[in-house]
Design a protein around this ligand. Structure first.
Ligand code: NAD
Ligand code: IPM
Ligand code: MN
Length: 364
């Protein structure tokens, strides 16, 4: 049988609560679709680990995680204990960079049964992908602080765009757009105000567009693009953006579909030289952590993206069908509060896992 070796890192806060539900879905899928799953849990990339060891990751993490087919990640960040930039730059951002996961793929889809905060929108009106550059751009460590403690105190942080870095994420986005029925690509820019890096981004989009004549390309400055996500979500098919713009759009998009609690993401190294990492878009949600009410669907959907990446197409589709059905037609006591229910992380996770098993059986 096919075997997939998965490193599981739950991290902080609701990561600890939603990851077990993601694993439950994966195990159901393994049983239903006949593959073997070998999971290994790691306690690093968490505030607890930091308190014990003074670092977010152990020496040797790179070699250790490199041995897995994929990484299934929850969320990291507990600002009461570790400043966010320390915990994130000490873990997740290192994973993305060292494993060269330069594509962050984030589907945005208004599902049946979900209540969009946008008036009059129904499923079909919102169905696109955010393709986020994930290893360079505005997330750079180049810069510094000067004249500290004086009234001339100055901080500088440079944006870095390399030809290779921009072209490779654009290539991914164009290829994706070309496979979609509408073949439409929207580029997020800000070349009116950010006068060096963003015109460069536009130039690369234009150049790349010539190689994909079938893809219909448009661009918006990020300010009006954010507005259009709300006003005209039906305009979008594949939206490609720099690291920061992609980050912002990938919370805004899912918010327009009812809750960020369902949003998944795939941090992909398309060449498969390194493991890719699958995690929900949301963070550790300290405001609701420990109460068992976090929505596990973002984690479960991320599990589906992971299985697809690992070549388990049917299983991935099975997970997707299962959570879509549960979201579309479950009683309040199954659904989490962000979905208007009074159920729990576990009630929702269990309903999806049951659905995965039922959906794969011949009598279903
Ligand atoms: P967040 O995504 O953790 O939470 C934002 C809001 O959304 C909160 O009100 C939260 O309760 C709600 N929410 C998030 N996920 C939910 C879910 N599954 N079900 C129901 N409600 C949910 O963002 P934040 O508050 O800005 O960040 C909290 C911490 O998480 C910070 O330390 C931040 O740096 C970190 N963070 C980590 C990641 C990651 O690991 N990929 C992503 C974003 C934020
Ligand atoms: C995300 C998160 C991270 C990011 C943070 C926690 C560093 O918001 O994955 O979207 O900005 O990439
Ligand atoms: Mn984010």
């Amino acid at each position: 049988t096919r075997t997939h070796r998965i490193a599981v890192i739950a991290g902080d806060g609701i990561g600890q609560e939603v990851v077990p539900e993601g694993v439950r879905a994966l195990e159901a899928a393994a049983e239903a679709y006949g593959f073997e799953l070998r999971t290994t849990e790691f306690d690093y990339a968490s505030a607890d680990y930091y308190l014990k060891h003074g670092t977010m990751l152990p020496d040797g993490w790179f070699e250790q995680l490199s041995a897995y087919d994929a990484i299934f990640f929850g969320a990291v960040g507990w600002p009461e204990v570790v400043p966010d930039h320390v915990s994130l730059w000490g873990s997740l951002i290192q994973f993305r960079r060292h494993f060269d996961q330069y594509v962050n793929l984030r589907p945005v889809k208004l599902l049946e049964g979900m209540k969009s905060p946008l008036a009059g929108r129904s499923p079909g009106d919102v169905d696109f992908y955010v393709v986020r550059e994930n290893t360079e751009g505005e997330y750079s460590s180049i810069g510094g602080k000067m004249f500290e403690g004086t009234d001339r105190e100055t901080v500088i942080q440079e944006t870095v765009m390399t030809r290779t870095g921009v072209d490779r994420v654009l290539t991914y986005a164009f290829e994706l757009a070309q496979r979609r029925p509408r073949r439409h690509l929207t580029s997020a820019t800000k070349s009116n105000g950010i006068s060096i890096t963003m015109p460069y981004w536009d130039e690369r989009v234009e150049e790349m567009g010539r190689r994909y004549p079938e893809v219909d390309v448009d661009k918006f400055h990020i300010d009006i693009l954010a507005a259009n996500f709300v006003l005209h979500p039906d305009w979008f098919d594949v939206v490609v953006g720099s690291n920061l713009f992609g980050d912002i759009l990938s919370d805004l998009g899912p918010a327009c579909t009812g809750t960020i609690g369902i949003a998944p993401s795939a941090n992909i190294n398309p060449e498969r030289r390194f493991p890719s990492l699958f995690e929900p878009v949301h963070g550790s949600a300290p405001d609701i952590a420990g109460r068992g009410i976090a929505n596990p669907v973002g984690q479960i959907w991320s599990a589906a993206l992971m299985l697809e990446h690992l070549g388990e197409r049917e299983a991935a589709a099975g997970i997707q069908r299962a959570f879509e059905k549960v979201l579309a037609g479950s009683p309040r006591e199954v659904l989490t509060p962000d979905l208007g229910g009074d159920g729990s992380t576990q009630s929702l996770g269990k309903a999806v896992a049951d659905g995965i098993l039922a959906g794969a059986s011949p009598q279903a």
